[in-house]
Design a protein around this ligand. Sequence first.
Ligand SMILES: [Ca+2]
Length: 378
Amino acid sequence: MRVRTRSTAIIGTVCLVASLALTAASADEPAAARQAPKVALKNVATAQNPTAGAAGPGGKLWIAERPGTVRTLDSKGLSKPVLDISAETTTDGERGLLGIAFDKKFAHFYISFTNLEGTSKVDEFAVRNGKIQPQTRRTVITQTQPYPNHNGGDIKIGPDGYLYIALGDGGSGGDPHGNGQNLDTLLGKLLRIDPRGGKPYAIPPDNPFVNDPKARDEIWAYGLRNPWRFSFDAGTGDLFIGDVGQNDWEEVDRAPASSKGGENYGWGQMEGTHPFRGGTEPANHVPPVHEYDRTNFGCSVTGGYVYRGKAIPQLKGQYVFSDYCDGTVRSLQLKNGKVTAVNDLGVNGGEVISFAQGGNGELYVLAIGGSVFRIDPA
Ligand SMILES: [Ca+2]
């Protein structure tokens, strides 16, 4: 039996799948257990459906809650909301407050959410003395959505200081509008814009498609289905994208820090390294650095971060990720851009929806039910 579409897979009711998947965890892991770092998950807070986190001023971790609130986390726990846009969003389908980011100087704060019409929006606030200045709010970019699922929604400031925005293929199933490979739409793409260079934003002059009149200038990379979570390695600047698969293959994509952009990650011709519904592999397809077969475990990859903290030296340089239906926290060991081992870290975060990286480099696991776990040494 195979579920043909999966509109609720990212954030939805998949308890049955999850419980089945949990019993099947680790079924096809490579024999790398001896190298696996020993870690523990420490529950440090309970939030309301946490979807994203960002290291903020004063050493605090800012946590986005899907219904539309942002709270800060320190050793005393979660604050009262420092931002509340709950009247402007809904959590229908895969919607809500989906991403947050600071610029490098903590001078501006960005939020990524779907509005009451389901349109994806990124808004900007000035930050002064560690506080959001509500009156400075402005909309940076807007993208209408044909369906309620596959909104992407993660945002990050890259090592270059530009704002990167992940957008899914628009939704439904099987990319019915061919958005992944269509360079004339922002759907199914990773965007790169300069939010402070113009109004509402400027295009970085070295974006890969600025000289192509048939392509949108905002596009950094394409061929993505639902790049729900992505990150940059704080040590190297390498890009990692967790791109959620359709029916069979979950994937992690990677581009080195030296990339000039323009990568084609293949969707909707390819699902992972496999042609999708008779698709033809594009000549410039950049295959995933890691993929896994959903028949063994999981249903929806949750992209994480390369660990650059101090608490777990054995985990340094490994890409930590999970799966929404499986919950096992895993890591990829890489050498020269290739995966040399997939580690089962031996801990399970439940319905892992996201990760966050604190200012000190330590990582947090966010479960949709509310748990905020810090990854500690075992
Ligand atoms: Ca792909």
